[in-house]
Design a protein around this ligand. Sequence first.
Ligand code: ADP
Ligand code: MG
Length: 633
Amino acid sequence: MGKRQFKAETKQLLDLMINSIYTHREIFLRELISNASDALDKLKFRSLTEPDLMGSDTDLGLHIALDKEGRTITITDNGIGMTQDEVVENIGTIAKSGTKEFFEKMDNEKSGENAAIALIGQFGVGFYSAFMVAKKVTLITRAAKSEAGVRWESAGDGSYTVEETDKESRGTAITLHLRDDIAERMDNDLLDPHEIETLVKRYSDFIRYPIKMEMPKGDDGKETELKTLNSMVPLWQRAKQEVTDEQYRAFYHAEFHAWDDPIDTIHTRGEGAVEYTALLFIPSKVPYEFWSPHFERGLKLYSRQVFIMEKCKELLPEYLGFVKGLVDSPDFSLNLSREVLQHDRQLKTIAKNVEKKVLDALKYMVENKRDDYEKFWEEFGRALKGGVYANFGREVDKLKDLLLFPSSFGDKPVTLKEYVGRMKEGQSDIYYAAGRDRAAVEHLPQMEALREKGYEVLYFIDKIDEFMTVGLSEYEGKKLRSISAADLTLDKEAAEEQKKKEETHKGLIETVKKHLDGKVAEVRLSPLLKSAPACIVSGDGGLSLTMEQTLNETMRGEMPAPKAKRVLELNPDHAIFATLTRLHAENPDAPKLRDYAALLYDQSLLTAGLPVDDPAAFATRLTTLMVDAGDRH
Ligand code: ADP
Ligand code: MG
């Protein structure tokens, strides 16, 4: 077995680690301890079904050894260990699907050290953090039930060696040969046992296996004793009052491979019918791949502090998939299968409680810690919107007060409750405008009338927003109404007036519709328009035009997307309407009338943010019009 090359990306990552002047270098220790603890968990878990796996070596734990002269730190565990193939797979490559995206992101995000480190964390490349302090790393491991040991070594220079070696017992020993500049430091001296003890207490206190180290004993420091550095009490089993914010944070980072700080922490206990403890974290940053189909949601499951499962998705509704955390309940047996889990009543009860606790926390945040909530919303709002949209709106009642929307009343997003609380007298509905972005909806021709009335308009500028109205059609008895829907009227008189006028102009309306040749289902007079000559709206409360467009984009022509019903509304008070009336009186079949109808339709599509059906025809008509107008001057 000779020298091997790291995969290209791994090399890039190593360079990043080595050159990083990150101030929190000490986290390498937490990462290696956490890996060792995982390895011990795996061993313990597998031995449930393979009783002879552990053999006589049942005293599970970690050991840290410091060699001041040799300038090394060695972290040993008697966990599951690795075979040679596993070493190559797990350590020689970043065996994660995200490697490529990682570097793409790195390139986009030239925002400094912390961003880099945060990204590294998202991609779970904890082992490589060893190279933040080491010039060479030696790993010697022996897999459970295997005869041969494996020795892996790398100086972080693009290659590593891997070969068979003798190893007496199961597990892994990782030796860090410290870089000279690190070893020579007087402060934060990593070769000082007290410094290591402090780090273990700070970052790894709750590790459930003993982390032992020789510590100086007495005053002269000559004698030493083997000491367990961590308290080993799982954090979640402690009383809330006894746990500091820093400890919660450290636990979050270590247990969930997270690098952001949680925006909220929920530590709760259920007694009575089902006994359990839950420790839940609401992250402040979207985890990597959260929006991809590969993302796996779920909570860790423990039974009496023994690890059962990494991602129990039955414990979290899909729309709360961003929540990280764990549940420990003595009511679960250790060799619980997935199939059993799905039907487990206890689990369902716990899941319900977990959901409620998280929703309560979010509700509290939206009402009392608005800045935090808005940050949360930026990151995860879409997940909650998805919850409103999914399941035909069954979750709407739980979620409706957690939604935030940008609005025409300033820069701050509002809740539906706030909207309703400041509705104008005489206003009976909740208005929203859908479009691609803020500018687009602000310029919708219908906005003018609402602005004039002083009515607030919610901006539905996220594609999913309007789809939510399928389940969320009203709030506190107030209907949600699109300002781009044909049935919108702001007051009765205007509506009646419009009906009367439609009667008078019946002939023209029918002619325009005929000229548009099946493009619109209906032509009407608008009760709403102010300065715009016409607008396009969707008919009959069905699919809207913006929804149609979104569906078109997502289906990418693979299937014909369902069509919205198009209605052209003309402004009877606009000068062009008088022109149309005159042209129609002269000759309903005049080509000019036909062109004008087409132009009004096309420009209405454009102001609604929609593409025109035939851009070339549109351009030709516009040019003809310009020539005509030019001739007249
Ligand atoms: P992660 O812990 O997120 O998987 P790491 O880079 O920290 O990523 O570790 C990579 C992999 O190397 C682990 O998933 C594990 O399979 C293996 N590994 C690391 N340390 C040990 C260890 N002490 N014992 C057994 N396997 C280990
Ligand atoms: Mg790790």
